[in-house]
Design a protein around this ligand. Structure first.
Ligand SMILES: *Cc1c(COP(=O)(O)O)cnc(C)c1O
Length: 380
């Protein structure tokens, strides 16, 4: 079976001898032109037309009112948690199955992640388990939600759209509203994904994208905060640009700010990448469909988009029988020129997050043993 999978992937990419990576960037449009133009303009840092244009393109594409470009997705998450008012010693609900940046951002503001189990089908935060947790383990005092056991305030919820598959975001936001918990969507992996025809990242108070080199589109390094709240948007721009009070020549900063603005050079690349996003998505979708058909024939479970959602299929994944089969698959494929990777080690197992509160995490553990990512670069 492993042999069949390797030859299918090598055939698909028409590359029998080289190594097939998990996800590579593609520069097939105006990428070079815009980057050179940014260099020629001398505006290579945080001021320049490409930063504004890139933000405008993201706003238009996602139909959100405001977009603020940042140096990377982690910084966008960190800033969003600050903007949502998360403070030291508070708790932020998130999923144990995510890239470490989600939890790290929570730590940067002095809060602790509180892990709620994931859903078997979306691989993201389970709305049902969240509902049970909120009902049984929390109480509302003065319009805030408290975790009864630790008596700590739950000040945000950060669901993540795993590998581009939308979580049950509508239900999660509705629940969190009932409990006065702002939602920040970690949509780092899911640009172009939709839940009932609305872009991921646009359901919560704030949403975050990443444009790291391995994501669907890239700026080298880069991120974006999106929101429909004008006050939050203004503040996002302010604190990511050293909190300088606008003035023709005076340096006056009214709080401790950050230097987290995306440079114009990176934004130039972002503009070119955005022009090709529909093409990338279409291409990734046809790969996902080819995988789905192939894995159906050999009886291997392929992770598909859920009804009522559109996945960007950032990383395709399959679910193997058990950890033993997973390890054999990883060993075989990686030594036969096809890069594959296991899903992340659960966050609650990492030394810095072992002490965190959590619900029972049986689905996360089950998936951790079985989910593997397979090559997902668009064939362009
Ligand atoms: C990529 C990613 C991030 C962070 O992005 P960077 O741009 O690399 O900082 C955050 N969360 C998730 C789930 C990611 O996959």
């Amino acid at each position: 079976m492993f042999e069949k999978i390797v030859s299918f992937i090598k055939n698909y990419y028409g590359n029998p001898d080289g190594v097939i990576q998990l996800h590579e960037p593609r520069f097939v449009g105006n990428d070079r032109k815009y980057v050179l133009d940014a260099i020629d303009s001398t505006y290579v840092s945080s001021v320049g037309k490409y930063v504004d244009r890139f933000e405008e393109m993201i706003r238009d594409y996602t139909s959100t009112k405001f977009a603020i470009a940042t140096v990377n997705g982690t910084a966008a998450l960190h800033m969003s948690l600050l903007l949502a008012g998360v403070k030291k010693d508070e708790l932020v609900i998130t999923q144990p199955l995510s890239f470490v940046a989600t939890c790290n951002a929570i730590s940067y503001v002095g809060a602790d992640p509180l892990f709620v189990d994931v859903d078997m089908h979306t691989l993201g935060l389970s709305a049902n388990k969240l509902e049970v947790f909120l009902k049984e383990k929390t109480e509302i005092k003065n319009g805030n939600c408290y975790h009864k056991k630790s008596n700590k305030k739950i000040s945000a919820c950060v669901p993540m759209h795993t590998f581009g598959h939308p979580v049950e975001i509508y239900k999660i936001v509705e629940l969190c509203n009932l409990y006065f918990i702002p939602v920040i969507e970690d949509a780092a992996e899911s640009i172009g994904s939709k839940y009932k025809n609305k872009h991921t990242g646009t359901f919560g108070l704030l949403g975050v994208f990443s444009f790291n080199g391995n994501k669907t589109i890239t700026t080298g390094g880069g991120g974006m905060i999106i929101t429909n709240d004008v006050a939050l948007a203004k503040r996002a721009k302010h604190i990511t640009t050293t909190a300088k009070v606008p003035h023709a020549w005076n340096f006056f900063h009214d709080e401790v700010g950050f230097n987290f603005r995306l440079p114009n050079l990176n934004a130039a690349l972002g503009c070119a990448q955005m022009e090709n996003l529909p093409k990338f998505l279409e291409n990734k979708r046809s790969l996902a469909l080819a995988y789905q058909k192939f894995f159906g024939l050999i009886n291997v479970e392929f992770v598909k988009e859920r009804e009522g959602t559109v996945s960007n299929y950032w990383l395709n994944s399959i679910i193997l029988k058990n950890r033993e089969e997973r390890d054999q698959f990883l060993t075989y494929t990686n030594s036969h020129g096809v890069m594959t990777r296991p899903i992340w080690t659960l966050m609650n197992k990492l030394p810095m997050y072992q002490h965190c509160q959590s619900t029972s995490l049986e689905t996360a553990h089950w998936l951790e043993d079985r989910v593997v990512n397979i090559p997902s670069t668009p064939r362009l």
